[in-house]
Design a protein. Structure first.
Length: 308
């Protein structure tokens, strides 16, 4: 009896098409021609005797059978990648590409400057750095690693806590001279407050004191932005107060351009985490990057200031 092996290549290609929603994007990521990708999916559809995709000139979408097959395809692809990575990991030299997602301001100021040292130490590794404050879907978008600054919710993802990230209410000396200095969170209702759009409940700030007592206050102000660094110019100009992470305001606090308020109160704690997709095995290139970032970021001045 003749046994026909599954078309693993077609399954892997279909997994990328399903995840990206596009033949062209999948082809670019896989370094294949669009025709090769399209033929592989057609080949798989012929084997399964059912259409997996609705194709129009404007968009691509999964059929009902395609949605069921996409989960299987992703599992097949991950299993193949893990098997290959485990074999490659027998070599002491990490190699290959790592897709890394990092929040915008943190990535520009604190991650990108570290990458030359990492790439010099690991010349056979390349890094695809994605910067965005919006949270990415690691599994659906094909990322190997993400740095997240938050109180993490439970999920399927693997997480490693690197360090606490302290947040402070800050303002310019000129602002405090003009508007006064809040002594209690409730005082913020009378102040101009600059908002960070990705902060849950950006217009309702929560605080804890040393005893664990909690206060929540509704705030208003002249500026809201979806990037915390975008608030810096307005803070320095004395337009209002903001809750900012230590890694953004560390230098401004040290120079006196900004000052902290409400010393007895702090927003609920958050931390810097390395997050990876589920699975027991990590390629050597991913482990190398995680270990490097862990060492360097936890030694940063803003992290040391929190520890102190």
């Amino acid at each position: 009896m003749t046994t026909t092996l599954p078309d693993f290549e077609a399954w892997a290609i279909f997994a990328r098409v399903a995840a990206r929603g596009s033949f062209a994007r999948a082809a670019e990521e896989l370094a294949l021609s669009k025709a090769t990708v399209s033929k592989a999916v057609a080949r798989l559809e012929a084997r399964l005797a059912t259409p997996l995709l609705h194709r129009t000139t404007r968009r691509l979408s999964l059929t009902e059978a395609g949605r069921a097959a996409a989960d299987s395809a992703e599992r097949i692809l991950k299993a193949g990648e893990a098997a290959e990575a485990e074999a490659v990991a027998g070599s002491a030299t990490p190699r290959g590409r790592v897709r890394l997602a990092v929040p915008m301001s943190f990535g520009i100021a604190h991650v990108a400057p570290l990458l030359p040292d990492f790439l010099e130490a690991h010349p056979q590794v390349s890094v695809d750095l994605h910067l965005a404050d919006a949270q990415v879907d690691l599994i659906g978008e094909g990322f190997d690693v993400a740095l997240r600054i938050a109180a993490l919710a439970d999920s399927r993802l693997r997480a490693r806590r690197l360090c606490e990230v302290r947040r402070l209410v800050v303002g310019a000396p000129a602002y405090f001279a003009r508007a006064g200095r809040p002594e209690h969170p409730r005082d913020l209702e009378a102040h101009a407050c600059l908002g960070y759009a990705y902060l849950p409940g950006w217009d309702r700030w929560r605080f804890l004191d040393a005893s664990g007592a909690e206060e929540a206050v509704n705030v208003t102000g002249p500026l809201r932005a979806n990037n915390a660094d975008a608030l810096t110019a307005s803070l320095r100009a004395g337009l209002g107060l903001a809750v900012q992470p230590q890694f953004i305001v560390h230098d401004d606090l040290a120079s006196g351009r900004l000052e902290a308020a409400l010393p007895g109160w702090s927003p609920p704690p958050i931390a810097l985490h390395v997050v990876t997709p589920p699975g027991a095995f990590r390629p050597a290139r991913v482990t190398a990057l995680i270990d490097f970032l862990g060492r360097r970021l936890t030694a940063a001045p803003w992290a040391q200031a929190v520890a102190a």
